[in-house]
Design a protein around this ligand. Structure first.
Ligand SMILES: Cc1cc2nc3c(=O)[nH]c(=O)nc-3n(C[C@H](O)[C@H](O)[C@H](O)COP(=O)(O)O)c2cc1C
Length: 200
């Protein structure tokens, strides 16, 4: 059975526009796949600090019980990614960047020797063979411009861990006017529907 991992990162959980688009997409593509939903507003990942990072790089034999717990938590997040054939990410823009909860999540799943490894040709991602869909919601207009800090960053991070097949759908201009919001959401829903046959 295939698995879909849905990451919702809106502070509004299911009520965020990015989560709604992600939910609609998952409803459209899902038949008998297992669905794992991780909502980072309901269940936030802690910030990475030196203590946690120290646990990630300690050898298993040298770890304290506390360090074992930090590693087990990170391993749990990574196991969900490893299981996933398809990753669906709801991505709001907050203060010109990704939600801080998503950054904390990324900081917990980037693990040398686990999700990527260093080689003499540079780092190689280990989470290969997956497809990701990103539903980006923004108040303003950024897509296709240098002001879009999110797209390159998210693509770069996912590629770093081996996820290179990534589609973005944008709902932009949500704060410009009611008309702009309605038109943008309608366009995003149409783009979302157009992606569904590509899964077959
Ligand atoms: C705290 C906060 C900061 C925001 N910062 C930006 C921003 O920098 N640029 C922008 O275009 N929209 C910004 N917005 C608008 C959101 O991108 C917009 O409301 C979008 O729908 C958020 O996604 P969500 O509905 O899934 O939470 C911000 C909204 C909030 C609540």
């Amino acid at each position: 059975m295939k698995t879909i991992l849905q990451l919702n990162t809106s502070i509004h959980s299911d009520n965020g526009q990015s989560s709604r688009l992600a939910n609609q997409f998952v409803a459209a593509i899902r038949s008998d796949e297992k669905l794992i939903v991780r909502d980072l507003a309901r269940d936030p990942v802690p910030h990475l600090d030196a203590e946690r990072f120290g646990a990630f790089v300690a050898t298993p034999e040298a770890r304290t019980l506390k360090q074992d717990a930090f590693v087990a938590y990170s391993d749990g997040l990574i196991d969900e990614l490893k299981q996933a054939d398809v990753i669906v990410l709801g991505l709001p823009m907050y203060n010109f960047g990704v939600p801080s909860t998503l950054k904390a999540y990324f900081d917990h799943v980037a693990r040398a020797g686990v999700t990527f490894r260093y080689t003499d040709k540079g780092p190689v991602g280990l989470l290969t063979g997956k497809k990701a869909y990103v539903f980006a919601a923004r108040g303003g207009l950024y897509a296709g411009t240098a002001r879009d800090t999110q797209t390159a960053y998210v693509r770069e991070f996912l590629a770093f861990v081996g996820i290179t097949d990534v589609e973005f759908v944008y709902a932009e201009g949500l704060a410009i006017s009611d008309a702009s919001k309605a038109a943008s959401l309608a366009k995003a829903r149409a783009s979302l529907r157009n992606l569904v046959p590509a899964l077959a």
